[in-house]
Design a protein around this ligand. Structure first.
Ligand SMILES: O=C(CO)COP(=O)(O)O
Ligand SMILES: O=C[C@H](O)COP(=O)(O)O
Ligand SMILES: [Zn+2]
Ligand SMILES: [Zn+2]
Length: 309
């Protein structure tokens, strides 16, 4: 089937399970993710960041995704722009065939965020493309002990309603305590589920998005460290918390760091155990296999999207 708009996927999964949005940077990661979705009979969101585009060139990534669609003809696949930082970039990728874009104005003043997000919606919707906006800031490592600090960065439920109404976005990324990367918490992991519940209550049935949703699986961190990495103190969102969030209106769960860790741990082990090896297929192949194993686990045991197509 052709690439799909995520709207229908979100309607179907709301409150029950979530769609995994996996960052794609190269062929091996893409193939690992696709093989997992095929075996699990699960829909997929493939997301491309500005960084991915700078690394691999958009034309290469789009051709790889075209190949994936051909290789997995019955899997609904969304191609999404992750953290679009300008109206121009969103328009460019819409014209290139993306079926979903994120315009991330979360660092801007509210009115400015509304303005640019609405501009993207006005361009995207007539072209059949969905738009994700973001309200609230994802902050790393620092613990939110001070209430005023939390109020300044976490998503305000009143503002979320106003933002959705005024922009017409199809989904909203919210800040409830997650952050990007491998160092999400200093102490015990904690998410503001009361806030999520409140936002979901005020926006009934409206798809919410969780960024920074990697779990930073200890097995990968330990293996990478065992073979020379320095990832001390790495900590992610426990899988149980992700499961809980998918029951509360989170329809899209963004995962990048976990893929990076799976690749890195695998390659480090091979380099350490087989120093004579110099054929990239001998370490990129196993890394791809590990990505597949990880994504199957996420789809089946964390997101709950296995067997839904
Ligand atoms: O939010 C993300 C991409 O937009 C990825 O988050 P992680 O760093 O937790 O994988
Ligand atoms: O949100 C961030 C994603 O993990 C993408 O990261 P990147 O900009 O390094 O590709
Ligand atoms: Zn953001
Ligand atoms: Zn993100």
């Amino acid at each position: 089937m052709p690439l799909v708009n995520p709207k229908e996927l979100f309607q179907k999964c709301y409150g029950k399970y979530a769609i995994g949005a996996f960052n794609v940077n190269n062929m091996e990661i893409l193939q690992g993710v696709i093989e997992a979705a095929k075996e699990e009979r699960s829909p997929l969101i493939l997301q491309i960041s500005k960084g991915a585009r700078n690394y691999a060139k958009l034309v290469y990534l789009m051709k790889l995704i075209e190949a994936a669609v051909q290789d997995a003809p019955d899997i609904p696949i969304v191609v999404h722009l992750d953290h679009g930082d300008s109206v121009e970039l969103c328009k460019e990728v819409i014209d290139a065939g993306f079926t979903s874009v994120m315009i991330d104005g979360s660092h801007l003043p509210f009115e400015e965020n509304v303005r640019i997000t609405k501009e993207v919606v006005d361009y995207a919707h007539p072209r059949g493309v969905a738009v994700e906006g973001e309200l609230g800031r994802l902050v790393g490592v620092e613990e939110h002990v001070v209430v005023s600090e939390r109020e300044a960065t976490y998503t305000d439920p009143d503002k979320a309603v106003e933002f959705v109404e005024r922009t017409g976005v199809d989904s909203l990324a919210i800040a409830i305590g997650t952050s990007h990367g491998a160092y999400k918490f200093k102490g015990e992991p904690k998410l503001d589920f009361d806030r999520l519940r409140e936002i979901a209550k005020r926006l009934p049935g409206f798809p919410l998005v969780l960024h920074g949703a990697s779990s930073v699986l200890p097995e990968y961190v330990e293996k990478a460290n065992q073979y020379g990495a320095k990832l001390g103190g790495a900590k992610g969102v426990p899988e149980e918390m992700i499961r809980e969030a998918t029951k509360m209106g989170i329809c899209k769960v963004n995962i990048d760091t976990d893929l990076r860790l799976a690749v890195t741990a695998t390659i480090r082990e091979i380099f350490a155990l087989h120093p004579e090896e110099f054929d990239p297929r001998k370490y990129l192949g196993p890394a791809r296999e590990e990505v597949k194993k990880l994504v199957k686990h996420k789809l089946r045991n964390v997101l709950g999207s296995s067997g839904t197509i």
